[in-house]
Design a protein around this ligand. Structure first.
Ligand code: 5GP
Length: 208
């Protein structure tokens, strides 16, 4: 039996801690889904590895992939492109393996129109002041970029209504645990399993 895998879209405002929660989720082997490495045109940060954290590409290379229909979704975010390469996602789902995307909200909304039966999980900050502190504490962005990110976060929080689940990032290990439980539970939804049972009902002959 080769059921298609679930597409899990993990999203939320900038600086809410999506990357940290995602790393926590993948730091233990108790999950069966795979992470889809994104592509970006933003400069590589110290410690980041090409092909592990992102595929780092030039704008020209990225635009070529968009033109050829090779991105599931993409967004221009604070002056750089970010996107999800399509082939890896399709091949993995076809093998019956769930795929986990960690992407910003514009991209998540694009995925929703293309893959409406995906699982859409929104990570929320406990409050906006904390979000601002976290962006400053991370120390990777200028003051101007942080201001842009906070403005964007305000707009983005109101997009929560487009998602299936909202998870508060009050404590990273707990947020990671909640996300894993949501994914596990999704597999038990009647609409996801009823096809198998309909087939079983049709194929099973009663012994008289
Ligand atoms: P950062 O530059 O901090 O690594 O990422 C900036 C934002 O881009 C984050 O909100 C991150 O989740 C988002 N992002 C990372 N990969 C993708 C992607 O493939 N598509 C989209 N739409 N956003 C992404």
């Amino acid at each position: 039996m080769s059921e298609r895998g679930l597409l899990i879209v993990f999203s939320g405002p900038s600086g809410v801690g999506k990357g940290t929660v995602r790393q926590e989720i993948f730091s233990t082997p108790d999950h069966k889904f795979e992470y889809s490495v994104s592509m970006t045109t933003r400069p590589q940060r110290p410690g980041e590895v090409d092909g592990v954290d992102y595929f780092f590409r030039t704008r020209e290379e990225f635009e070529e992939l968009i033109k050829n229909g090779q991105m599931l979704e993409y967004a221009e975010y604070v002056g750089n492109y970010y996107g999800t390469p399509l082939t890896y996602v399709n091949e993995t789902l076809d093998k019956g393996i769930d795929v986990f995307l960690e992407i910003e909200v514009q991209g998540a909304l694009q995925v929703k129109t293309k893959v409406p039966d995906g699982v859409f999980i929104f990570l929320t900050p406990p409050d906006l002041a904390e979000l601002q502190d976290r962006l400053v504490g991370r120390g990777t962005d200028s003051q101007e970029v942080i201001a842009q990110r906070i403005e964007k976060a305000k707009e983005e929080i109101s997009l929560m209504r487009e998602y299936d689940y909202a998870v508060v990032n009050d404590y990273v290990p707990l947020a990671a645990e909640r996300v894993k439980r949501i994914i596990e539970t999704e597999h038990f939804r009647v609409e996801r399993v009823i096809g198998q049972y309909d087939k079983m009902i049709a194929e099973t002959n009663v012994i008289r």
